[in-house]
Design a protein around this ligand. Structure first.
Ligand code: TMP
Length: 255
């Protein structure tokens, strides 16, 4: 780790310069924060599990034709990704009412929504990631309307695919957060690709039968069994090594 040049340290990941130009190494930490860094802790093994879960989900999405920054997993805690210019937006998809959405609209957690709702937040910790509209995004130049059309189209496809994938292993995809970046190919053509990570840190995942939480809300709300919840997500996706790192089974289908 120390040999490489560190580019950035975030709350849950560290970025290092990659082995060739245009690549970055994402290192997944066990550190967990909530409520914009007010609550801090460690979830033992989280980095290893999120590295695997994000690898698995991004690989499946690539197979579906969704462009992502993921190149390959390097080891237990690191993955090689394409360097992008991050669009400073947190794109939140809500399929079921939960979290801040319930507070904002006075809804019970678990209330169904008329349809999936997409929200944008400006990615800025000092400001507490305020929610923004297309007007703010285009006026401040974070993205133009064509970028937003691409982001919206990709987000809807990702939601459809991931909702089905999680349903297949007995998990409800309640809500989640995505980040996108601009990537230029060798002909200097730009396209918007999925970046960051998809893991129980940035999704709400509930057991389909019991509604038990299997995500970072267990840490945020001191519900206990945090490590076990992340492990169970990986286990159901068929990516938890049972007798060693090479013991990888396929997803376990639930009836
Ligand atoms: P919220 O209900 O707290 O607004 O969160 C909505 C979803 O976005 C939830 O799945 C958690 C995720 N999220 C992040 O990944 N990062 C954040 O900083 C926040 C606030 C939420």
């Amino acid at each position: 780790m120390s040999r490489r040049k560190q580019i950035y340290e975030g709350k849950a990941k560290i970025l290092f310069e990659g082995p060739e130009p245009g690549t970055i190494i994402q290192y997944f930490k066990d550190d967990a924060t909530a409520f914009n860094n007010k609550k801090k802790g460690t979830i033992t093994g989280k980095g290893v599990l999120n590295n695997r879960i994000s690898e698995f989900l991004m690989t499946r999405l690539e197979e579906m034709g969704i462009p992502t920054h993921f190149v390959r997993r390097l080891n237990m805690r690191e993955q090689l990704v394409r360097e992008v210019e991050i669009i400073p937006l947190e794109v939140v998809v809500r399929n079921v009412a939960a979290g801040s959405f319930c507070q904002r609209f006075g809804l019970q957690e678990g209330a169904s929504l008329p349809r999936s709702i997409i929200e944008y937040c400006y990615k800025n910790d000092e400001l507490g990631d305020p929610m923004v509209s297309e007007e703010h995004i285009t006026a401040f130049g974070w993205a133009d309307t064509r970028d937003l059309d691409d982001i919206m189209a990709l987000t809807l496809r990702i939601n459809d695919y991931l909702s089905g994938l999680f349903l297949g292993v007995g998990i409800k995809l309640v809500d989640f957060k995505l980040e996108f970046g601009r990537h230029w190919n060798e002909h200097d053509e730009m396209r918007i690709i999925l970046a960051d990570e998809i893991s129980p840190d940035c999704c709400r995942l509930w057991d389909m039968k019991t509604n038990e939480k299997m995500d970072k809300d267990r840490f945020r709300r001191d519900l206990g069994k945090v490590e076990e919840a992340y492990q169970e997500v990986a286990r159901r996706l068929g990516i938890l090594p049972e007798s060693g790192p090479r013991d990888l089974r396929g997803p376990e289908t639930m009836q």
